[in-house]
Ligand binder design. Structure first.
Ligand code: NAP
Length: 324
């Protein structure tokens, strides 16, 4: 599988390094607005083609899939451009900044018979997948509560605090909590409330979201971009609980029984970063003609964005260059 990358920042470099070890998954081209950046990455990582033209990248016949790794606000435009060249697309989280834009991209992808998927790396991690297994096998009984917390001090990272780039805790990391909640429970909550702290630039520096579900279950989600925090989650069941070490990285999951005894540990493979899994699955999808991920279906992408739309509407937090 040959990948062309749009973007040359933090996550693009992390993914390029992670994929270096994998056979049959090649970075074949890179785009940066700055040709020197693109050239530097091409030399550093032995990428055969570099350009400052998205069109030229998308015209490359050998490229099977375009990976979008630009700030959130550009995902819609960059995905749309790649799809217009009938390229398969994998886009960093969040796929777009609102559900309407994501629906449009999905429609174009389906019309053009192209793959589209959100690079929500957590979902592909076997540690995260274990939650589904425990839910099914009843190891801790019925899931009744989720407390999930993620964050760090990202105030010095410009894109995180810039409203024009759709910054803030909700769209960058709050979505990891929401994704976990949808995995643990479902999307059918009956009530939700929130509080948030607005920064000077207008974005949310932190927030707390509370949900109730009709099976007498509840979820409490918090995220911050202004403070160091645990990055952990606890799923409580009627017969035990699960601790998750890191809500996005999913490094480890521990299961405790009713006596609070440790009964199961699942850890990420030590030699992998966690970014490999989504690209391995993508390769399998393309080989079998599948147009979306099982692990991160487009329905999940849409459900997360519908909820962030609702929350942002309540907060009256819109992003200047987007449609909501
Ligand atoms: N899955 C994960 O664990 C993870 C981790 C971090 C980030 N992300 C996601 O990845 C995305 C990028 O985050 P990042 O931390 O890599 O950001 P970043 O370090 O700021 O890099 C973004 C890159 O996008 C390019 N860019 C910026 N503005 C652009 C524009 N107007 N048009 C075209 N390209 C533009 C820039 O490259 P040039 O200046 O070279 O064009 C920049 O290097 C975000 O959506 C974020 O949510 C995911």
């Amino acid at each position: 599988m040959n990948i062309g990358i749009i973007g040359s920042g933090n996550i693009a470099r992390t993914v390029i390094k992670a994929l270096e070890k994998l056979n049959d998954i090649n970075i074949s081209g890179i785009y940066s607005r700055n040709i020197e950046n693109a050239g530097q990455l091409s030399r550093q990582f032995d990428i055969p083609f570099y350009t400052d033209s998205i069109e030229k990248l998308c015209q490359r016949k050998e490229i099977d899939v375009i990976y979008i790794a630009t700030p959130h606000i550009f995902h819609f435009e960059h995905c749309k451009k790649a799809l217009s060249y009938h390229k398969n697309v994998i886009c960093e989280k969040p796929m777009t900044i609102n559900a309407e834009d994501a629906r449009e991209l999905i429609h174009i992808a389906q019309t053009n018979q192209c793959f589209i998927g959100e690079a929500f790396w957590t979902c592909f991690n076997p540690v995260f997948q274990q939650i589904k297994a425990i839910k099914k096998n009843g190891l801790i009984g019925d899931f009744k509560s989720l407390i999930s917390n993620i964050g760090g001090n990202g105030l010095a990272t410009p894109r995180l605090v810039d409203r024009k780039l759709a910054g803030g805790a909700l769209m960058d990391i709050g979505i990891y909590n929401i994704n976990l909640m949808y995995e643990v429970f479902d999307t059918q909550f009956i009530k939700n409330t929130s509080t948030w702290i607005q920064g000077e630039s207008g974005v949310d520096l932190q927030h707390n979201l509370v949900f109730t579900f009709d099976n007498q279950a509840s979820a409490s989600l918090s995220a911050t971009i202004q403070a160091k925090t645990l990055n952990g989650a606890v799923i409580s069941g009627t017969n035990g609980y699960i601790l998750i070490d890191h809500v996005s990285e999913c490094n480890k999951l521990e299961v405790y029984n009713n006596q609070r005894e440790l009964i199961q540990v699942v850890a990420k493979e030590p030699n992998l970063t966690g970014y490999e899994y989504e690209f391995i699955k993508l390769k399998e999808c393309l080989a079998s003609g599948k147009l979306e991920f099982d692990e991160m279906p487009i329905e999940r992408t849409l459900n997360i964005l519908k909820l962030t739309d609702q929350i942002r509407q309540e907060w009256q937090l819109d992003f200047p260059s987007a449609s909501t």
